[in-house]
Write a protein that binds this ligand. Structure first.
Ligand code: AKG
Ligand code: FE2
Length: 288
């Protein structure tokens, strides 16, 4: 997987970005084969991952984390039981790292723990002078989501969200418009600009998610997702002999036929599991 990512790395960009960001000397060099739980420093160009028709400000990178890396992150997160804070009104738990985000900026600043500073090496920012300095870990039991919201002006408007363990549908909303993305374990979702400032984002409080599909001649021709061609689901479907058989055989999937619809022939219902997300951002420091 990392090979695929490495293909997109531009040598020149890599050199300059490395010198401007965190000290590379701190990050052990790891052979690709050994890269089990370590995060190789990779400065990626995020533009090739732009989601088409997505107001040009949403990016989706599937499989940026290996299974081992996801396992490693889960272990690190669940080894910090005292860090969990229950958000009673939202029915989810969060862990916060890096400091408190206040009107004046970041206060009570703490360095990110090792597992998060390593993960931040896979993140993007649109400004080389800024560093990831804040992480929010959200844990969603099946059925739990996050209400549509803006992240607000206290963060730099460039968000990196890694997903672990479960898929979900992530929605952007503006007035009566809605954009649906399928977000998979091991993926990185990035959004910025008007996706940050003008569109609300959220995840429904559902036990399962539904993707509408137009399946014709053993191919999924169309869906109601804006990032379908960029997903692992799409990639897997390209490899199978019989699309309907494959979808019917997946343990967490249920494929139903839709009658009398011009656009879609099937709905794919996907059961949610416990999902953990890691949101990494830059918060300006408090000015003295
Ligand atoms: O868990 C996610 O994917 C979204 C988290 C989020 O939007 C937030 O914490 O502000
Ligand atoms: Fe958010």
């Amino acid at each position: 997987m990392f090979k695929a990512i490495l293909k997109t790395v531009k040598q020149e960009k890599t050199k300059s970005s490395l010198s401007e960001q965190q000290d590379i000397a701190q990050i052990p060099k790891i052979e690709e084969k050994q890269c089990q739980t370590n995060f190789n420093r990779q400065i990626l160009e995020y533009l090739p991952y732009q989601v088409p028709n997505s107001i040009e400000a949403i990016f989706y990178i599937k499989e940026i984390l290996t299974l081992q890396q996801q396992e490693y992150l889960m272990n690190e997160i669940y080894n910090q039981p005292k860090r969990w804070v229950d958000l009673l009104h939202s029915n989810r738990r969060v862990q916060k790292y890096g400091g408190d985000v206040k009107d004046e900026g970041l206060i009570n600043v703490e360095l990110l723990p090792d597992f998060l500073s390593q993960l931040s090496n896979l993140c993007f920012l649109d400004d080389n002078t800024l560093k990831i300095n804040h992480a929010l870990i959200n844990e969603y039991a099946p059925g739990i989501g996050i209400h549509p919201h803006f992240d607000g002006p206290l963060y730099h408007n460039f968000v990196n969200i890694f997903s672990i363990n479960s898929t979900c549908i992530f929605k952007f909303k503006k007035e009566d418009q809605s954009l649906k993305l399928f977000v998979e374990p091991g993926s990185l979702l990035i959004f910025t600009k008007q996706a940050y400032t003008e569109w609300l984002h959220g995840i429904n409080y559902h036990h399962d998610d539904t993707i509408l599909m137009n399946i014709k001649y053993n191919q999924v021709c169309n869906t109601d997702l804006i990032n379908f061609p960029q997903t692992s689901l799409y990639q897997n479907l390209q490899k199978v002999d019989n699309v309907i058989e494959y979808l019917n055989s997946q343990p967490n999937y249920e494929l139903c036929q839709i009658q009398n619809d011009n656009q879609f022939t099937h709905s794919l219902i996907i059961r949610r599991l416990l999902r953990v997300s890691i949101t990494l951002r830059h918060v300006p420091y408090k000015r003295i």
